[in-house]
Design a protein around this ligand. Structure first.
Ligand code: SF4
Ligand code: SF4
Length: 335
């Protein structure tokens, strides 16, 4: 698929609306969609118009994997009740990320290619403060009858209390609706000074605790190599396989989010995104002595060459297209 110039994964912010106001939410960052341009300023869609435009966009990209994010996708649950079966019919694996502020529609349990990921940031006292009205009490009620992935973003505050991660895993390990647990780490923008940002020692501490905890809490579905990738994230977006293989679109279904789903200028050196770390670990894996990362790189460059417009007659083509492409990649910024 990369050879056709298309990215195999698509991520769409289905709505700009969300009833929560989580501190540090990247979707509502002031520069999420470029300097001074944020999600709230966009126009989004609803009803039949959303259903039809959303499916048209998906068909144009024809992804293998689709992430539906927001805002909170559950704001548009009526439209999703039409969209999700259509995606299933197309054989697309869908990951829907929500706060579960309202009941997950019962009909979603019938969809085999749908994975619902619920953001749960810490134990009840901390989570409820950050993510009301999607409190623990509501989430536990709203996920009944479903199998969900619990996704927790580790913050500096959590790492200040010894045993916090273990308590979190012990709680969700006992909840039948929780099929697996994933942990990310707070990813700041370049120059951000938020309280949530982990220090290097907290990051190392979190990784070594999780490497041990995965042995006792099998629901923590994160391989050791993925956890260790948090200690050495990709240096720039051009080094990030996740950013290079995922096309992220915002709620007007036109605006592209760069350089990755965080938008703005994310600080790759402090990236805590589980998807990026998963692909980073894969990228370091060797197949026949070649790093998978290099295979991605080569394929992406070949795709760029294939997509390069043919020069008009009489114009000398760029003799070093790969070199130019590499230089452009190196010039791309990180925040
Ligand atoms: S639920 Fe998600 S989109 Fe809504 S404010 Fe919280 S982090 Fe942002
Ligand atoms: S911040 Fe974005 S581009 Fe940078 S490593 Fe993380 S996911 Fe990749």
């Amino acid at each position: 698929m990369l050879l056709t110039g298309k990215k195999p994964a698509l991520s769409i912010e289905i709505t700009k609306e969300c009833p929560l106001r989580c501190p540090g939410c990247y979707a509502y960052g002031a520069d999420h969609l470029g300097e001074g341009s944020g999600l709230r300023q966009l126009s989004d869609f609803r009803g039949d118009e959303l259903v039809s435009k959303f499916l048209t966009l998906v068909d144009e990209h024809n992804p293998i994997h689709l992430s539906i994010v927001g805002g909170d996708p559950l704001v548009r649950y009526r439209e999703l009740n039409q969209i999700l079966p259509e995606l299933e019919r197309r054989g697309i694996h869908v990951q829907l990320v929500t706060s579960a502020f309202r009941q997950l529609p019962p009909e979603w349990t019938k969809l085999k290619l749908l994975y619902v990921v619920v953001s749960i940031d810490g134990l009840a006292p901390e989570h409820d403060k950050r993510r009301a009205p999607a409190t623990y009490e509501r989430i536990l009620k709203n996920i009944q009858g479903h199998k969900i992935t619990v996704h927790c973003t580790i913050t500096s505050q959590m790492m200040r209390r010894a045993g916090y991660l273990q308590e979190f895993l012990a709680f969700w390990n006992n909840i039948p609706e929780a099929k697996r647990v994933w942990m990310s780490m707070y990813t700041p923008q370049v120059g951000e000074r938020a309280e949530e940002i982990l220090s290097q020692s907290q990051r190392s501490q979190a990784v070594s605790e999780l490497v041990e905890l995965r042995k006792s809490y099998p629901k923590l579905e994160m391989k050791e190599a993925v956890l260790k990738a948090f200690l050495r994230p990709p240096a720039t977006p051009s080094e990030c396989i996740f950013a290079q293989t995922t096309h992220s679109m915002s709620a007007d279904l036109t605006t592209v989010i760069n350089p990755c789903q965080f938008g703005g200028a994310p600080d790759c050196s402090q990236c805590g995104c589980i998807a990026s770390m998963g692909l980073e670990a894969l990228g370091r894996h060797r197949v026949l002595q070649v790093q998978v990362r290099d295979l991605f790189r080569i394929t992406t460059r070949v795709a760029k060459l294939r997509m390069r417009p043919q020069p008009a007659r009489g114009i000398t083509p760029d003799p070093f297209p790969i070199l130019s492409s590499a230089a452009k990649e190196q010039a791309s910024t990180t925040r």
